[in-house]
Structure formats: C-alpha cells, structure tokens
Design a protein around this ligand. Structure first.
Ligand code: ATP
Ligand code: MG
Length: 583
C-alpha cells in the first residue's frame, strides 16, 4: 500500500548528541522543509486538474535510467515529483527506465534507491521497472502493426539518417514503409525470435516523414540488441526505445502528470501519438520544466562517469562530485538539499544556478542543527610561559540549543592555534594575534604574544605567549581585547585527517565548449588533505556525524574512512561564509 511517499518510522528528535550518526531527520517532513511550498506552473496545472475533477488524486513518478549515480539535477526532479505527491496527498512511483541493457547495472539501481530514501522520500509500493512491461509493450507494438501504424524497416542506419531529412528538409519514405500488415507481423515476430542480426531491422512507427517535428518522422520503436539485461537476462533480443516505452509505462501505472525536463518538449507529440493509437485507458499529461545546471560542476551522468572511469575522482561518491552520494559523503544534509530544490524553484526558463545557492541552503540547515566544537587545521604551537598544569572549562555545543549539552574545553601549557590567526605584519583591520598583541582564546584567557620562534628559513614555528590570569570569564582590566581565536590543548587534542574541498572545475561552465574536453578544466587543487587536531569529544563520533568546527566551517566524519575511536577523518562540507559570490 501507498505509504505517503515518505519514509515511515523516522521522527525528529530535537536532542542531537554529538555522537549521533546522522542527524538527517526532518522536523516537519513536508516535502520541502518547513516553509510552505512555493507555487509554480506545474502546481497550477495540478490544482486545476483536481478542481475540475479531471483527476481525483495525482500520481507522479521519478523515472531514472539505472546507468549511473544520481546527481543534483536528479535531486531537483525527485523533490518535485515526490514533493508534489506529498503536498497533494497523491502517490509517486519509482520506475527504472531500463531499456538500454548495455549501460545499466544493479549497482546503479541500488544506489538510486538508496539516494531517494536518503533524500527523505519513499515511493509508492514496489520499485517498478520498464522491463516489467516488455510483454505488454510488445503487444502494443503488434496492435500498432495491425492498425497499419508500424512497420519493420531494413534501411541501414546511414540510409535511415539520410531518409530522415533535416530541420529544413522533409524526410522521404523508406521503401519498406509499404509492407503489408501480415508481412510486418511476421517480420516483427521473427525479430523477437532472434532470426535477424543485431541492427539488421527495426520496428518504426508509421507517422509522417514530412512532419516539421523530426521526432514524428517514423521514429524507431524497437531495435534488435543481443545484450544481457539486468532483470530479463537473455529473454529478449529486441528492446523498445525510450520514447515508446516511457509513455506506455506511465499510462500502465496510471500516472496523471508525467514531469520531465525541457529537452523532451519536442517528444511530447510522440508521447501523445503512441497513447492515442493504442488501446489503453489512461493518458498522462507530459509537462516539461527546465533542467538544473550548477556553475563549476557538471550535471550529466555520462560526463560524471567519465570522471570516474578516468580516475579524476575517487568514485561516484567522491565528495567533490555533484552526485547525491558524493554530496552525502561530503556532509550535505537531505534537508539542505530539499531546501535548495525549493529555492531554485520550477520553471521553463534556463536554470543555471550559482554554487552559492546550494551551499547557502546547506549551511543554513546545519547552522541550527549541528553541535559546535573546536578544531585546528593549520596548527601553530604556542607555549604559555606563565601557566603550568592543566585546566578545563565547560562549554555548550550550541549557543542557541542548551539541550545539545556541553563538554569541557581543556587548557594546558602547550596549545595549538591556527597559523593563520597570527601575523607578523598584519593587514589593515586585523584583529587577531600579532607580536606583542593580545587576543581572547575562545572559552579561555586573554593571551599576549611575547616571542616569535622561527626556524633557519625564517618560518614561524612557535609562539611564546603569556596569559592574563585575571581574564577567565571576564574582561581584562583597563583595556579592550577585540579578537577571539580558537585553540586546542596539545596534550588533549586528537589528530585528525581533514579533507578540504574546493570547486571541481576552474571555470563556471566546463562543458560549454563542445570542442574542448571538460576534463581540461578540472581544478588540480579541488582536494587538500591536511593533518589537524580536534577536540577529544569527537573521538567516538560515528561516520557521517556533522559538526561545526568553529570559525572553519561545517564538517562531517567520512562515511567510509573515519573510524570511531581510531583514525579520525573529517570532510569539510561547506565553509562558514560564502566563498563563491566574490568571483
Ligand atoms: P543525464 O543527462 O545526467 O544522463 P538523464 O536525464 O538522462 O540525465 P535520467 O535517469 O533519465 O537521467 O533522469 C531521470 C529523471 O531526472 C528524468 O525525469 C530527468 O528529466 C530528470 N533529470 C535529469 N537530469 C536533470 C537535471 N539536470 N535537472 C532536473 N531534472 C533532471
Ligand atoms: Mg535520460
């Protein structure tokens, strides 16, 4: 039975322990976070159809081809289809368009299901597969043949291209177009029976070779392909084409609104033609919206596959990838991605979005929800000359959420600070540490830099500082200290591998120029791995635990490489401030 499109059994818990594996839990669990859904033209269509009584309830579907991992563009489509079903109390199916056996795999199908669920959605009933309909699709093709609306063609692919004509020139009829119904039925049955070589013949819809819409110039609807299929094995050696399969699959499932991206607009007449010419009681309405494109990355499975196969990235879920699994591993939240989908909206106009919009949504989501701790990622040692022993002070995990709890911050004679928080020659407006200057150590004392220690090359390797013992929890007397920097006790801090990510490409639209391989524009500095230090409190964090490292950004323990109690690995999901829009 339909489960309301959302995963059951998940509840929002306000209390987020810093050890919680995955605070991916959504408060209100409306399709798109808490705010009311924004209106758009597809919504208006649906509202009108429900108001007029055309449909009593809506059924949408998300129809990926299992030929790669899903990317951020698919996330937009998922949020749209599942979101509408939730908002209008309808249903949304998950259907694999598995009509290209050579490119499809079970691994991809599994990853897609995991990604949809991780985003917070659950499909109506079982997963569906276009291949479940192969027999029906075949019978509908027979119906078309019987009606004189389909024929078996034997033109070579080159001839077929030549006969098709161009945008300005009509096509011409194939010499096989006039075959009798009986001959076509016989030929088609023999195609199915495996009597002909791959590519030797095709079944074409008989529509109009002079149509101004090239998609209607007798499109191929079946081809011969001896390829092992992930679900039907070797049962079939003919496979239906996407356009033919998609509309019939939609109709068989009782889809009311078939939402797809704009490149299918010119295919809509074919979608309608097929359904108008077979005996099927349902005729879904195809509605197109614009694809999401993101600056500095790519949203094409084929190109993402190239990045994987050419090993430019570590895999489909490399945190630099715009795949859902990559974004997940990087530390993005499902709530943040749903919020992003809401912010970019749905329209028919070009939808190239700045990365700042995506990161903004992620950042805002995490801001209120993840605990804050201290880490040092570019360490510089400081020796406190007038302090011995150890001391600790309690600090809350989140200034606005006392219920998140607290931990102790340790102070000791030797501490780590960020090397970037010290400048011998400060730029204008600098409020951090300088020789002879003072700063507040977060949750601790006011500290003064007394001496700068350098190595033979002149590099600063240590600072010797003193603290004002009178400044714990209170302002120093007689002077103001503006700057606050964070630190960790060398004695208590734990080493951690920190992975910092930058944009994957050096140009905003890496695949804009068809003449240039987009890999030319890969950013060689997209990943920086540093050895840093973290607070002991994160020691037992499970993989995929998110934190704000104060002043540094939002981080997430790596899904695969981080070991609770062992090797600690944190990925930076997003910086604290927008670092994109200054470009
Ligand atoms: P790609 O071009 O990356 O291979 P695709 O469109 O071939 O993508 P499908 O698996 O066919 O991938 O897509 C499933 C659904 O997701 C389709 O309805 C498609 O329109 C939608 N979709 C794919 N890419 C985007 C995108 N960039 N923005 C919005 N929706 C998208
Ligand atoms: Mg596709």
């Amino acid at each position: 039975m339909f489960s309301g499109c959302l995963r059951k059994g998940i509840r929002f818990s306000v209390k987020i322990s810093p050890f919680t594996a995955n605070p991916d839990i959504d408060p209100a669990m409306s399709s798109n976070t808490n705010a009311p859904a924004s209106s758009h033209f597809i919504r208006s269509f649906i509202e009108a159809d429900l108001a007029s009584g055309k449909h009593a309830a809506i059924v949408t579907r998300f129809p990926p081809e299992p030929n790669g991992y899903l990317h951020v563009g698919h996330a937009k489509s998922i949020c749209l289809n599942f979101g509408l079903a939730i908002d209008f109390k309808g249903k949304c199916n998950l259907r694999f368009d598995d009509t290209n056996p050579e490119k499809e795999s079970e691994e991809y199908a599994q990853s897609i299901q995991a990604d949809v669920r991780w985003l917070g959605f659950e499909w109506n009933g079982e997963v569906r597969w276009a291949s479940d309909y192969f027999e029906q699709l075949y019978q509908f093709a027979v119906e078309l043949i019987n009606k004189g609306l389909a024929y078996v063609d034997e033109l070579t692919p080159e001839q077929m291209r030549e006969y098709r004509g161009t945008l300005t020139q009509p096509g011409k009829n194939s010499p096989f177009r006039g075959r009798s119904v009986a001959e076509n039925l016989d030929q088609f049955a023999r195609m199915r029976a495996g009597e002909f070589a791959d590519g030797a013949k095709v079944l074409r819809a008989k529509i109009d070779m002079a149509s101004s819409n090239i998609n209607l110039r007798d499109p191929v609807i079946y081809r011969i392909r001896r390829a092992h299929h992930i679900r039907t094995g070797d049962k079939w050696c003919i496979y239906p084409m996407y356009d033919y399969t998609h509309c019939i699959s939609d109709a068989l499932e009782g889809i009311t609104h078939s939402l797809c991206t704009l490149e299918f607009e010119d295919h809509r007449p074919l979608y309608d033609w097929v359904l108008d010419n077979i005996t099927i009681p349902c005729h879904p309405q195809q509605i197109e919206f614009s694809r999401l494109e993101l600056h500095y990355t790519i949203t094409s499975k084929r190109k993402l596959l190239q990045l994987v196969t050419e090993k430019h990235v570590s895999g489909w879920d490399d945190p630099r990838m715009p795949t859902i699994s990559g974004m997940r591993r990087r530390g993005y939240t499902p709530e943040g991605l749903r919020e992003f989908a809401k912010r970019i909206g749905i329209s028919k106009s070009e939808n190239i979005v700045d990365m700042a919009v995506l990161e903004g949504a992620i950042r805002e989501d995490m801001e209120a929800r993840v605990p804050r701790v201290l880490a040092v990622i570019n360490p510089l040692k400081v020796t406190i000359t007038n302090f011995d022993g150890a001391q600790s002070r309690e600090a809350g995990f989140h200034p606005n959420h006392p219920e998140f709890g607290s931990r102790v911050i340790d102070f000791s004679r030797e501490i780590w600070i960020e090397a970037d928080d010290f400048a011998e020659v400060p730029p204008p407006g600098w409020q951090r540490l300088i020789p002879g200057g003072e700063v507040r150590l977060r949750y601790s004392y006011v500290m003064k830099c007394e001496e700068v220690v350098k190595d033979a090359t002149g590099k600063v390797i240590e600072l010797k500082c003193s603290i004002d013992h009178n400044t714990l929890g209170k302002n120093p007397e007689g002077r103001k200290v503006k700057g606050v920097i964070h630190f960790l006790s060398c004695e208590k801090a734990l080493p951690a591998e920190i992975r910092l990510y930058d944009r994957l490409f050096t140009v905003a639209e890496p695949d804009a120029d068809k003449e240039v391989d987009f890999c030319t524009y890969l950013n060689p500095a997209s990943l920086t791995v540093v050895q840093g230090w973290v607070e002991p409190v994160v020691k037992d964090a499970l993989p995929e635990t998110r934190y704000q490292f104060e002043r540094l950004g939002y981080f997430c323990s790596d899904r695969y490489d981080h070991q609770p109690g062992g090797k600690l690995v944190f990925n930076r999901a997003v910086t604290l401030k927008d670092s994109w829009s200054k470009e």
